[in-house]
Design a protein around this ligand. Structure first.
Ligand SMILES: *Cc1c(COP(=O)(O)O)cnc(C)c1O
Length: 458
């Protein structure tokens, strides 16, 4: 049987609202042509992010009812802790309300001005939480990861030779930890191989530096290892995930991704003294160490989600669905980043709209066009997000790539929704010559993509 089906049936449905083109024009104008400022109910297919947008299973909802909200020592906490310990093998588990809370606690304790935290590529909240301490967040992606069209199995890998150089130069005293982000979100959701994790571990051992996982998409990464890494096909995703965690001294996690939960996260470490400091800080800002800012029901939903996310039928379906969209677009001549990552398809807006100059934000123009045409909300990841003022004056310095991300929420949309997205992108592609750029009418100095107002150019 060639068709890979959704390994679930639908028990509860959430209606989505059809809108007319005129209604979408009014909505996007009122939002200043910024899709973050739309009301979600005016969106038909919401591909803004895969974070916190998963559909929960019957078992998770049953867990929600079972949630124990005792302030200290709740049953839900012990269930959560056991699942996380079984998965990671790490000694201390600290619950947090989401990933960035784990990051803030970890880096707040370990990082000082003048220090450096190397990574394959830091996610933006990770980078920000390092930089706010005065330390440097250093990206060391592998060479293949820097070429968007190149087909390679593990484009999320770290450049381990570069890591060795950094550690040799700066030494243990100035590198408090090394991080590996799986999958490499900022690098397009590309996976990291077990071989690369082992090599990075070995270099960290040489210099006595702790090695951490940013584990947000550990299950998607494990699935790619099973599919692509020599010798791994016969292992289960759970066995592979456990090996990934066995190579590290600690991890940060957002349960809003591969926790299949709408909120939650955790921080783990094998270091007893560090765990004590982390719990002290947790109590100050998140909550008592047996709930960490979460309700008992959230701990339950995550405990169940962390096990479900490793089911092979689920991972096969998820990857097939994303690869289907990317491959069909590619075959029809739409420029996409290849191979597709684990949670999203990325359109190359600079190649899609070659007549729109970079300082007129082709990614924003394409994202707005997709919404106007079909009610699809995507996310610009280009010069609106990363453009920099030009010190010499004149147009901004554009970001390295102009991408539009179609992030696929977990277990939310069906195959016909994916086909609708596919057709919509193809239709917008057919009209691409008529699309024009935008200009920024108003923007804040930091993280402007969330709040900027745009005006279409004519
Ligand atoms: C989402 C994400 C985070 C931050 O998690 P939040 O739950 O959004 O705070 C950190 N790292 C990566 C790789 C992520 O994708």
């Amino acid at each position: 049987m060639a068709t890979i089906i959704e390994p679930f049936k639908i028990k509860v449905v959430e209606p989505i609202k059809m809108t007319t083109r005129a209604e979408r024009e009014a909505a996007v104008r009122a939002a200043g042509f910024n899709l973050f400022k739309l009301r979600a109910e005016d969106v038909l297919i919401d591909l803004l992010t895969d974070s916190g947008t998963s559909a929960m299973s019957t078992h998770q909802w049953a867990g929600v009812m079972e949630g124990d909200d005792s302030y200290a020592g709740s049953r839900s906490w012990y269930r959560f802790e056991k699942v996380v310990k079984d998965l990671t093998g790490l000694r201390h588990v600290i619950p947090t309300h989401q990933g960035r809370a784990a990051e803030r606690i970890l880096f707040g304790i370990l990082c000082k001005p003048g220090m450096t935290v190397p990574s394959n590529t830091h996610f933006d909240t990770t980078r920000a939480n390092i930089e706010v301490t005065g330390a440097e967040a250093l990206d060391l992606p592998c060479a293949e990861g820097k070429q968007p069209g190149l087909l390679a199995p593990f484009k999320g890998n770290m450049d381990v030779d570069a890591l060795r150089k950094v550690l040799a130069e700066r030494g243990r005293a100035r590198v408090p930890l090394v991080m590996m982000t799986v999958t490499n979100n900022t690098g397009g959701g590309q996976p990291v191989s077990l071989a690369n994790l082992r090599a990075a571990r070995a270099v960290c051992d040489e210099f006595g530096v702790p090695f951490y996982l940013d584990a947000c998409r550990f299950a998607e990464n494990a699935w790619f290892i099973k599919q692509r890494e020599p010798g791994q096909a016969g292992r289960t995703p759970t066995e592979i995930a456990k090996e990934m965690f066995s190579l590290v001294d600690g991890c940060t996690m957002s349960a809003k991704k591969d926790g299949l939960s709408n909120i939650g996260g955790f921080l783990c470490t094998n270091d007893d003294a560090l765990a004590q400091q982390e719990k002290n800080l947790l109590i100050l800002t998140e909550g008592f160490p047996t709930y960490g800012g979460l309700a008992g029901r959230d701990l339950e939903a995550t405990a169940v989600g962390l096990e479900e996310v490793l089911h092979e039928d689920y991972l096969a379906y998820r990857q097939a669905s994303i690869a289907y969209l990317a491959d069909r677009l590619d075959r029809a001549g739409v420029p996409v980043v290849r191979p597709p990552g684990g949670h999203a398809v990325f359109l190359d807006a600079a190649a899609f709209l070659p007549h729109v100059p970079r300082h007129e934000y082709p990614g924003q123009s394409l994202a707005v066009a997709l919404y106007l045409h079909a009610g699809i909300r995507s996310c610009e990841i280009g010069s609106v997000m990363f453009g920099k003022p030009n010190p010499a004056g004149g147009p901004e310095v554009p970001s390295r790539l102009e991408l539009v991300r179609l992030a696929i929420p977990r277990r939310v949309y069906t195959q016909s929704h994916i086909d609708y997205v596919l057709e919509s992108v193809l239709e917008v592609h057919a009209q691409r010559a008529s699309l024009r750029g935008v200009r920024i009418a108003e923007a804040s100095p930091h993280l402007r993509h969330f709040t900027a107002r745009f005006e279409p150019l004519t």
